[in-house]
Design a binder for this molecule. Structure first.
Ligand code: SF4
Ligand code: SF4
Ligand code: SF4
Length: 160
C-alpha cells in the first residue's frame, strides 16, 4: 500500500501519493461479516494442518523474546500438544503479541511449510489498530507502538 520509503539515504524523485485502492482490508471485512459459528469454522479450518513447528514465529522480526511463551514450562501458558485448543491458543496469543507492531511483511506466511495463512490473525489486529488508534506499524521511526504508550488524557477512565 505504501509507495514511499519510510527512511532512505537518498530518495530519487519526489514522494508520490499513497495508494487508496483497493481496500487493503477487504479480506478481513469478509471474516468480520461472518457469524460466530462461521468464524469458528473459518479459524478452525485455517489452523487444522498446523504442526506447531513455530517457523512462523521464528521468521517474524517481532518474535525475539529470549523465551517465547510457548517454550515456558514454569508457568506453562499453553499445552505442547497439537490439540486444536492448544494450537488456537498459540496463534491467538502470538497475534496479540504482534498487535500494533506487525508491518504485514509476510515473513510468517512465507515460512510456513504447510501454507497456513497466519496473517489472517495479525491482519485483523492491524485493522483494529488502524481503526482504534489511527496507527500503522512501520510508518514512523519516532512513534512508539500504540499499545506501548500511555496518555494521561486517555478517554478511558480505567487507565487513569
Ligand atoms: S509455520 Fe505453519 S505449521 Fe508451523 S507453527 Fe506456524 S502456522 Fe503452524
Ligand atoms: S509469540 Fe510472543 S512470546 Fe513468543 S517470541 Fe513472539 S512475541 Fe515473544
Ligand atoms: S506479517 Fe507480521 S506477524 Fe508475520 S512475520 Fe511480518 S511482522 Fe511478523
Amino acid at each position: 500500500m505504501h509507495r514511499n520509503p519510510v527512511i532512505s539515504d537518498v530518495l530519487i524523485g519526489d514522494a508520490v501519493e499513497e495508494r487508496k485502492e483497493p481496500d487493503p482490508y477487504d479480506d478481513v471485512k469478509d471474516v468480520e461479516a461472518k457469524g460466530p459459528e462461521e468464524k469458528w469454522e473459518y479459524f478452525s479450518n485455517l489452523i487444522k494442518d498446523c504442526t506447531r513447528c513455530y517457523a512462523c514465529r521464528n521468521a517474524c522480526p517481532l518474535c525475539y523474546c529470549p523465551t517465547c511463551f510457548v517454550d515456558e514450562s514454569d508457568p506453562q501458558w499453553v499445552g505442547k500438544s497439537s490439540d486444536p485448543t492448544d494450537t488456537m491458543t498459540f496463534h491467538i496469543l502470538r497475534a496479540y503479541h504482534c498487535a500494533g507492531r506487525c508491518t504485514d511483511c509476510g515473513a510468517c506466511e512465507q515460512a510456513c511449510p504447510v501454507d497456513i495463512k497466519v496473517r489472517s490473525f495479525t491482519r485483523k489486529l492491524n485493522k483494529d489498530t488502524l481503526d482504534l488508534y489511527e496507527c500503522e506499524a512501520g510508518l514512523s521511526i519516532e512513534e512508539r507502538p500504540p499499545l506501548d504508550t500511555y496518555r494521561p488524557d486517555d478517554y478511558d477512565k480505567f487507565i487513569r
